[in-house]
Structure formats: C-alpha cells, structure tokens
Design a protein around this ligand. Structure first.
Ligand code: GAR
Length: 208
C-alpha cells in the first residue's frame, strides 16, 4: 500500500474528494494513513473520523515557538511512515526540514493557474478576489510539488475553469473546486502512487 498523509486547515472538501476516490477504487492501492490539521474543530477532522481515518491536531498554539511546532509537525508525519504528503488546503508554511526530508514527496493544490495569483498572501478566497479584480476570463487550479518557495515547485496538473460575468469570489471558488480541484488532486495522487511521473530539470514529465 502507498501511504499518504493529508494536511488540512479547514472544511476539507479536497480531503473528501480523496477519500471518495479511494473508496470507489478510482485510486487503487492507496491508504490515507493520517490527516493532520493545524486547527482544532475544523470540519475536515469530522470527515476523517467519518471515514475511520486517524486525525491529529498539531497547532502552533500548543508550542512555545515556531521551531518546536515545526519539529512536532515533522515528527507526526515521520511517525506515520508515509510515502507522500498531500497539502489539501493546508495554510501553514511547510518547515524547511520537512521539504528537505520529503523532496518531491509533498504536493499542494492551489486554486489558480500558477504562475497567476499565487505566492505569499494568495490563499483561499483571496486568490479568487484577485482573479476577479484582474478580470481574467479563465482561472483554474494547479497541483504542484512543494519546494522551498511559495507555489514555485514543479507543476503536475492544471485545469482551466471559465470565469462567468457577475461571479462572486465564492461562486468562482466553488466552480473551480467542482470542475478542477476535486478531480486534479486525486488524479495527481494516483499518478504518483503508480510511479507514472518524475521530475526532470525542475519539470514534471511522464515516465515511459
Ligand atoms: C482550496 O480551494 C485550496 O485550493 C485552497 O484552499 C481551499 C481549501 O478548501 N488552498 C490554497 O489556497 C493554498 N494556497 P478545502 O478545505 O475545502 O479543501
């Protein structure tokens, strides 16, 4: 079994998409070994519980400083012995030590077509507010490997989604989730679990 940890901060609809695709066997031979949240009481933890998946909270509030929190986060994931870490709406900066230890084994879903509307300060609804303010006709979602920059790692999958006139940030967010995010993230996990891709010169390519 290919073991994954899913890291969350909020509602967990992307986590749910992964749970559902594992359950209906679209993603084969993958086990969600652990769900980690930095926030207590988020709905993503309920989703994990309902699916009989171990959920833990590692919150910065419970540690004396950032370094202690970072160490705890890394230990939590190390102890679960996972092959891949999936950031599914995890709004915490990943510790450098974790990126070093899990090179090309951490992926993130971002709700825009990178390199648009990404980087520091672009998360959740803010991404969609910026896309609407710029007046783009298409936005979308991107799954990428995580490196030491913010949203700068090799791109695995992208899908464009049409922006409709009069969209609110929430309406655009919902359409991008439904049409892109909930499909791309399970698909990327499946590709990695079955060894279909590799990173060459900082780009993702399909293996022969
Ligand atoms: C998703 O739209 C995800 O792309 C975004 O947060 C949302 C989490 O929703 N992530 C980022 O903005 C990362 N920069 P969810 O908890 O329902 O999956």
């Amino acid at each position: 079994m290919f073991r994954i940890a899913v890291m969350v901060s909020g509602g967990g609809t992307n986590l749910q998409a992964i749970i559902d695709r594992v359950a209906d066997n679209t993603i084969k031979d993958v086990e969600i070994a652990l769900v980690v949240s930095n926030n207590e009481g988020v709905y993503a933890l309920e989703r994990a519980k309902d699916a009989n998946i171990k959920g833990v909270v590692v919150s910065p509030k419970d540690y004396a400083n950032r370094d202690e929190f970072n160490k705890a986060l890394l230990k939590t994931v190390d102890d679960a012995k996972v092959d891949l870490i999936v950031l599914a709406g995890f709004l915490v900066v990943i510790p450098e030590a974790m990126i070093d230890a899990y090179q090309n084994r951490i992926i993130n879903i971002h709700p825009s077509l990178i390199p648009s509307f990404c980087g520091t300060g672009y998360y959740g609804l803010k991404v969609h507010e910026a896309a609407l303010a710029r007046g783009v006709k298409y936005s979308g979602a991107t799954v990428h490997f995580v490196d030491k920059g913010t949203d700068t790692g090799p791109i695995i999958l992208q899908k464009p989604v049409e922006v409709k006139e009069g969209d609110s940030p929430k309406e655009l967010q919902q359409r991008i989730m439904e049409e892109a995010e909930w499909k791309l993230l399970p698909q990327a996990i499946d590709m990695i679990a079955h060894n279909k891709i590799e990173v060459v010169d900082n780009k993702v390519v399909h293996k022969n």
